[in-house]
Design a protein around this ligand. Sequence first.
Ligand code: AMP
Length: 213
Amino acid sequence: MNLLLFGPPGVGKGTQGVRLAEELNIAHLAMGDILRTAVREGTESGNKAKGYMDAGKLVPDDVVVSMIEERILQDRESGFLLDGFPRNVAQAEALQLMLQRHGLHLDHIVFMDAPEEELLKRLSGRIICRACGFGFHRHYSPPQKEGVCDRCGGELYQREDDREDVIADRLHVYHEQTRPLLSFYEQQEGFARIDASGAMDEVLEKLKRVVND
Ligand code: AMP
C-alpha cells in the first residue's frame, strides 16, 4: 500500500506517520527526516538544504525530488507512506510523473488539518528522538524519562526550526505553497480529509479507518 499524508506543520504527520507505517508494515518516508540525515552526514544534498531548512524555507524542488525518488524505489516492494513530500504543486506534479514512470500509484491521499492555535501549541512543545525520529511532546505526551526516547533510548531534542520565529515562517510557507495541494488532490481517487485536532490515539484510529476502507 502507498500512502500520502499532507497538512500544516505540527498537525501530526510525523507522529502519526511513524505509527501508521508500523501498523501497515510499510516504510515511513519523511522528507524532513531524510533531509536532516543528509545535513548531519554532510552529503552534497544536505549541504545545499541546510540554509533553507534553518530559515524554515522550502529546499529547492530538484534536490528533494531526486532524494525522494531514490527512497521510493528502495521501498517500492514493501509500500511506503509519504510524509512532508510533496510540499508544493510542482513537487506533486513531479511525483505524479515519477509514480507513472515506475508503474506505482497512491492508494490513499490524506489531508490532515487542525486549527492554527493547536498547531502552535504542538510545535513549540515538540521533542524528537535523534536516533529513530519518534516524536514526543513536553506536555501532551512526555517520555517516561526526561530527554530519553521510550522506544530506542535515543536522545530527545528540540528542532532548531521549532523556535517561535521560525514556526511563523514555516506556517507562512505552508499557506502560500503547500495548502494549494488541497485543490490539486481533492478530486483524485483515494482522497480523504480528517480533523487531526483530537487526541493522538483518536487521530490514529481515524487514519486507520481511512486506509482500511
Ligand atoms: P519537516 O520535518 O517535514 O517539518 O521538514 C523540515 C524542513 O525540511 C522544512 O521546513 C523544509 O525546509 C524542509 N523540507 C521538508 N520537506 C520538504 C519538501 N518536500 N520540499 C522542500 N523542503 C522540504
